[in-house]
Design a protein around this ligand. Structure first.
Ligand SMILES: [Zn+2]
Length: 60
């Protein structure tokens, strides 16, 4: 999996960009923020709930 250099806006093979020398290893290892996970979980639950409502409405 190639990392991405934010500075050059190009994919980088390895830990250091060979164009600008910027280290891309830290950005690659950064975990997903918990707020994003929470938002995704809430969105999925909401969609499942809406789908359930739609199915129960159609079946009546
Ligand atoms: Zn770069």
């Amino acid at each position: 999996m190639a990392a991405w250099c934010e500075h050059c806006d190009r994919p980088v093979e390895g830990d250091v960009c060979d164009v600008c020398g910027h280290s891309v290893a830290a950005a690659q290892r950064e975990p997903m923020p918990w707020r994003w996970r929470f938002f995704i979980v809430v969105t999925v639950i909401y969609l499942i709930w809406r789908l359930y409502q739609l199915v129960s409405w159609l079946s009546h």
